[in-house]
Design a protein around this ligand. Sequence first.
Ligand SMILES: Nc1nc2c(ncn2[C@@H]2O[C@H](COP(=O)(O)OP(=O)(O)OP(=O)(O)O)[C@@H](O)[C@H]2O)c(=O)[nH]1
Ligand SMILES: [Mg+2]
Length: 228
Amino acid sequence: MKSRTFFRFWYGWVGLVAALIACEIREDKKMKYANAKFITSAARKDQFIQIDKPIIAVCGKSNVGKSSFINMLAGQNKLAKVSKEPGRTRLINYFDFGEFILADLPGYGFARVSKEEKLRWARLLDDFFADKSKITHVFSLADIRHEPTADDRQMIEYLYAEIIPFTVIATKSDKLSRAQIAKNLTVIASVFKCGKDNIIPTSAKSRAGFDEVYAKIYRIIKNGEEDV
Ligand SMILES: Nc1nc2c(ncn2[C@@H]2O[C@H](COP(=O)(O)OP(=O)(O)OP(=O)(O)O)[C@@H](O)[C@H]2O)c(=O)[nH]1
Ligand SMILES: [Mg+2]
């Protein structure tokens, strides 16, 4: 009886210390990227930044939560502009996270813009992806609540065809139950023809998925891991 109490006591302490270390590592990561900074916007090819750091592009349809996702990673509310109105981000916005750069790409699939504007966006994205040696990885965002759109599918097919490594970020997970999340991830994986382990459910609201995304970023920038 006495020895059981003794072990319980030590198990308790070991558990507590492990939890504190885990918390500290997480805080450290948050602190590190809390001073992420906006660098510049690009409307044309000649304005794309030339920098010797890994660039991770964040793409997805309009209103899917790209800017909110970037803010979640930075631990800041106003780094990237978030809007209820779709099609707000019309330029490529670059953010410096110290060890890597995030490029917030203009959202596709927004119906209420002129043909000319759509063409301009398409050209800008084409130019951006043309020099794929400059893109280390792509986070392709899809709303976890819905089946991916034809545009989403086209984006993923393009990444497969161009052999650009990507991870699917399923956004707005706070809007679904755990069971629904699991069900929808299966649908998204089957539409995109990728493994479920290449999809990370996230929420900019609850910060769910934060650690998983950073673990992925860590692998991308440290080990040069490339999954297509
Ligand atoms: N509940 C919930 N709402 C979210 C989440 N992420 C984004 N939103 C909301 O979705 C809307 C669009 O978010 P943005 O981050 O501006 O989306 P975006 O993809 O950058 O949009 P564009 O720049 O227009 O292409 C806003 O009203 C956000 O508050 C999330 O994880 N959970
Ligand atoms: Mg945006």
